[in-house]
Design a binder for this molecule. Sequence first.
Ligand code: DGI
Ligand code: FE
Ligand code: FE
Length: 189
Amino acid sequence: MERQEMIDRVSKEMPERRWRHTEGVMATAIKLAERYGEDPERAELAAILHDVAKYWGIEKQKSIIVDNGLRGDVLLYDKELWHAPVGAWVAEHEYGVEDKGVLDAICYHTSGRSGMTKLEKIVWLADYIEPGRDFPGVDAIRTLAESSLEEALLAALNATISFLAAKEKKIYPLTIEARDSMQSANKGG
Ligand code: DGI
Ligand code: FE
Ligand code: FE
């Protein structure tokens, strides 16, 4: 599918505000890809589609997970996590994306996972620091992202886990594994 056709279709799947977030993730993912030596077109493609399923009905998201045998363990955790594997499925089956690395970047854009690829790190971080995001600490992570993809990602994962714990939310195991994996990679141990 042509880039513009994809953009037209995806933007109709969400409210205006969320589409502006997606445009922010696209621009940020391109910048990070250029800075850290990843293919900007793959980063942009994952960014365009990352939240494609975010506004789909929760029952529809659940059936896509169950019927297609996607990561079923997410169903035991916050519904906010579901749109990521569903989005990867939609990207593959409704938008014809064949690049497994792009599909994984969409699939793991909310939780992350252990041993993330550079593309997965870029999309995860772009989602966190795009210009429309405005929460305490985001500027410090934007600054870190100028010098180290890995340090910025670790800081953002730590902040996400602290935020979820403070709200007394459950933390999805892959989110913890993503954080621990970055902790070991960056600091050892
Ligand atoms: O879809 P976005 O809002 O752009 O961002 P996202 O896909 O990172 O989703 C963020 C939401 O997901 C936010 O409400 C926090 C939640 N979330 C992320 N990781 C976890 C999580 N919620 C739980 N309970 N556990 C997690 O590990
Ligand atoms: Fe998302
Ligand atoms: Fe997002």
